[in-house]
Each structure stands twice: as structure tokens, then as C-alpha cells.
Design a protein around this ligand. Structure first.
Ligand code: TRP
Length: 330
């Protein structure tokens, strides 16, 4: 059975783009793969300038959102990366087998570093730490979005290089398990949904807040009048229908749109209903966790212990393989 590992940056409370692009799939996978491991990667979030109080709030907000979304500590291991120091230990070891050129060629590094006057070495090492995250648990399946494919390639190279250098078959070659939902665009219908673009719907927003955002949201740009037939396949709202509504509703929406039976407002009202149905239990669980924050901390403490037990075992074996433990042969 494949071992699942995935990580998410502590960006605070989730928005529906993160939820549909990653977390909903994590929830599904935890039922199929007992012992799936999910990590809030706070060490990945400190490579730029940041405010410690904000990071503290975002770590908390992310852990709470994951639990509210249905990550179940009885089925999966949920933990905070910085609670397991073996991540940084393995990361150092991996820097010794990773060619600098491979890191400099990463598109994400090129994008980020081109905007910086002084580039912290951590920005370059980001994918090395990510490879350590995955291989510390010897995970072979990593549920991620397409933007992580290059990072996973690097993790596979790292695994191969380690195994070859020490002539062992120790680390597996982790493969991406691509999220089934297509990338969710922001409400403007242009860019990817992201907090920094201000085009998101938060996972915990009220029905009314969601409606205020859906009302002006971009639809098929060629549909000007209500009597114009729309093109569901180019409409961002239709993508959200596919994510939130049952197949028969999606089929009805496509039909009503392409025959100009419904206007965009009618269609958005049906979307709102689907969203409210899926998000209401998540908001309820989130409110429960706000009222009892120790449940989040307890879940993270248990998850951290479980993760660390696996991580320590791996590091013991890695040190043994590398000649970093034991007595010399006589
Ligand atoms: N780089 C990932 C992202 O930005 C987050 C991440 C860190 C991750 N470590 C990971 C994802 C390990 C999967 C596995 O989304």
C-alpha cells in the first residue's frame, strides 16, 4: 500500500481554491490510505520577510482549517513541520548530494529570486527541504497540484542519488498524485485563486459574504445579455459548479446556460446552494474548534509524536547507511 505524504504552507485560514485544489482530496485519501501523513510546512514559510505574530496566527488558522475540513487525526497523521526536527536534519544531508545547478534551474527559484535584491540561501534550498519532508517518511505518493511537479522530480532525483551513492535501495521514488479538480481560478476569472490576488472566497465566510462575492464574479465574457446562450466550458462559475454540485445539477446548469434558459444570476444562486451545503459543516466544526482551541493543539501534539517516531527510525537507518553511527569494523 502506497504511503501518502503531503504538505501545505501555513497561509492562515483556507480559501476554496486551496480546499478544492488540495485538502478535499487529502480528506478522501485518508480513508483509502490509513496512516496518510499531512504536514503544515512552517519551515518553508520563513524564507522571506515575515512577522512572527502573523506566522503564529497562520499556523494556527491552517491547522484549524484542516481539521474543520475533515482531516481526521484518528485516520491520518497531522502535524507541524517544525515539531519534527528530523526534517531539517535530513535536509542538510540532502544538500550534500544535490547539485547546485539543479536548484538554480527550478522555475520557482528563478521567479522568486528575480524579484529579490538579496537572495536568502533558504529560497534556493526550499525544494531540498521538501524532498526531506517526503523521504523522511519514505512516502511514495504525494497528492499535489501541477505546480509541484518540478519539486517532486527533484525529490525523485535526490532519492536516486542517495541510493546510488551508498549502494542501497533505501528511499522510494515519490510520485505526484495529481489533484482531480482543475486549477481553480479567482473570481475575476483571470488569475489563479490566491490570497495575494484578493480574488478568493474564504472557506469560513458566511452565506451572505459568499453571495456578495459571487454576484459580481466573472462568467463567460461573451454572454452580455441574458438572452445570449452561454458557454459553460469557458465559464469559471461552471468550474465551481463541478466542484460543489452533484452531477445531475451540473448537467442541468450546462443545459440551462447553453440554451439561455437561466441567466448568470440564476446559475450563481444554484452554485450558492451547493457551496452552502458543503461548507456549512466545515464552518460548524471550525466554530467548535475556536471554542475549544486545545483540541487543535492536542491533535498536533499527537500527530507530532506519531510523525517523529517514524522520522527517528528513518534517521537512525540513514546515519547507519552513511557511516554516521556505530563502531568501526575490526
Ligand atoms: N511546496 C509545497 C507548496 O507550496 C508545500 C510543500 C512543502 C509540500 N513540502 C511538501 C508539498 C512535501 C508536498 C510534499 O504547495
Amino acid at each position: 500500500m502506497a504511503r501518502i505524504f503531503s504538505g501545505i504552507q501555513p497561509s492562515g485560514e483556507l480559501h476554496i481554491g486551496n480546499y478544492l485544489g488540495a485538502v478535499k482530496n487529502w480528506v478522501k485519501l485518508q480513508g483509502e490510505h490509513p496512516g496518510a501523513i499531512y504536514c503544515v510546512v512552517d519551515y518553508h514559510a520563513i524564507t522571506g520577510a515575515y512577522d512572527p505574530a502573523v506566522l503564529r496566527a497562520r499556523r494556527w488558522g491552517m491547522a484549524k482549517s484542516l481539521l474543520a475540513s475533515g482531516i481526521d487525526p484518528a485516520q491520518a497523521i497531522l502535524f507541524m513541520q517544525s515539531d519534527v526536527p528530523e526534517h531539517t536534519e535530513l535536509s542538510w544531508i540532502f544538500t550534500t548530494i544535490t547539485p547546485l545547478g539543479d536548484l538554480e534551474r527550478q522555475t520557482q527559484f528563478k521567479d522568486k529570486s528575480s524579484k529579490l535584491e538579496s537572495i536568502p540561501a533558504g529560497v534556493l534550498m526550499y525544494p531540498v527541504l521538501q524532498a526531506a519532508d517526503i523521504l523522511l517518511y519514505r512516502a511514495d505518493s504525494v497528492p499535489v497540484g501541477e505546480d509541484q511537479i518540478q519539486h517532486l522530480e527533484l525529490a525523485r532525483d535526490t532519492s536516486r542519488k542517495f541510493n546510488a551513492k551508498f549502494d542501497v535501495a533505501y528511499f522510494p521514488e515519490p510520485k505526484p498524485l495529481l489533484t482531480p479538480t482543475r486549477r481553480i481560478l479567482g473570481l475575476d476569472g483571470n488569475a489563479k485563486m490566491s490570497k495575494s490576488m484578493g480574488n478568493t472566497i474564504g472557506l469560513l465566510e458566511s452565506d451572505d459574504e459568499i453571495w456578495q462575492k459571487l454576484r459580481p464574479a466573472m462568467t463567460d465574457p461573451q454572454r452580455v445579455r441574458k438572452s445570449d446562450p452561454g458557454r459553460p466550458e469557458v465559464c469559471n462559475i461552471f468550474q465551481l459548479h463541478k466542484a460543489f454540485n452533484a452531477e445531475h445539477t451540473v448537467a442541468q446548469v450546462a443545459d440551462q446556460c447553453s440554451t439561455a434558459g437561466w441567466g448568470c444570476m440564476d446559475c450563481k444562486k444554484v452554485l450558492l446552494e451547493g457551496m452552502v451545503q458543503e461548507l456549512t459543516p466545515i464552518r460548524r466544526r471550525s466554530a467548535e474548534l475556536d471554542a475549544e482551541p486545545s483540541r487543535v493543539l492536542d491533535a498536533l501534539a499527537d500527530g507530532g509524536r506519531a510523525a517523529r517516531a517514524i522520522a527517528q527510525q528513518t534517521m537512525g537507518e540513514v546515519r547507519e547507511i552513511m557511516g554516521l553511527s556505530g563502531l568501526p569494523a575490526t
